[in-house]
Design a protein around this ligand. Sequence first.
Ligand SMILES: *Cc1c(COP(=O)(O)O)cnc(C)c1O
Length: 363
Amino acid sequence: MVQQVTPKPGVQRIAPYVGGAAPEKGQEGVVKLSSNENPFGPSEAAKTAYRHAGRDLHRYPDTSHRALREAIAEVHGIDAGRIVCGAGSGEMLALVCQAFAGQGDEVLLTEHGFAMYPIYANAAGAKPIVVPERERTVDVDAILARAGKRTKLVFVANPANPTGTMIGGNEIGRLAAGLPKGCLLVLDGAYAEYAEGYDGGAALVERSENVVMTRTFSKIHGLGGLRVGWMYGPARVVDAVNRIRGPFNLSDVQQAVAEAAIRDAAHAVRSREENARLRAWMAEALAELGLPSDTSTANFVLVRFPSEGAARACLAFLKEEGILVRHVANYGLPHALRITVGDEASCRRVVHEIGRFQEAQAA
Ligand SMILES: *Cc1c(COP(=O)(O)O)cnc(C)c1O
């Protein structure tokens, strides 16, 4: 008899992640507003670094990521010794799960939280627990009420995806202080740079024993295709993650390009300012079309339709016009579409087409 190989129970519970829609092969002129990418792409400095990189592909890369960590530390005013880098912030989130949560443990995430969190929890063998939000916003009291002895990790993206909402520094501090001992708060700062004046939780990490911050090069730095992210945390967490991460999890090419990107502060500032301007314009224009959204602090707007049917119809209408946005039914938001803030032409086009859709609906 042939013995079947069987994955761990948690692995079998995973529903694979579905990414944002992408243009089909050969399809031209498509406006892609489905994956929260920076419409300006990476900085010129990063592109130059990429062209010069890759001279020593026969050599293994620097396993300590020293130059990249030092650049991040300089730019953010934090301690390079407590930074760990990896293949996107996704790798950091997975490693934190692997190191701190397993069989019999709970990992808390929130009602409309990022779809990768339950995947990381299940892969580590832990149980993902969904905590309700209030009006599409993380509810600190609900998390504190649910957290218990078995809770090892709490995932909060701030700003959150796909809602775009955010909770204030006092609320995050209250959450960190109120969690049971032995429970780690993971602040996912994928969109932190888009929120004016927000440090992603860096200062809270400095004064806490139980807070980790993750960041990425995929969003404001325009390098989703490069796959680089990092985390900042207490020495004990950093030590644990460094024990289990692959020693060569980032190539020298990734490290060099990311270093150039983070040192180009002007590109990030310009990206943030353009995003804020166009985000405000888009949200207001959509509101005038009768489609409300919560105030977004990220690089997308979550626009609400009167019904799931209307949201789906608009998604299909836009697709027909060559515009890709994200339906977020799998986030418990079936009546909403998430629209990335693109460049000015893309923003105008998507609003114009949604206007045509609304007119057709009313007719
Ligand atoms: C885009 C995104 C990330 C970034 O993932 P990478 O692996 O760094 O590309 C992380 N968290 C959230 C909530 C995101 O939306």
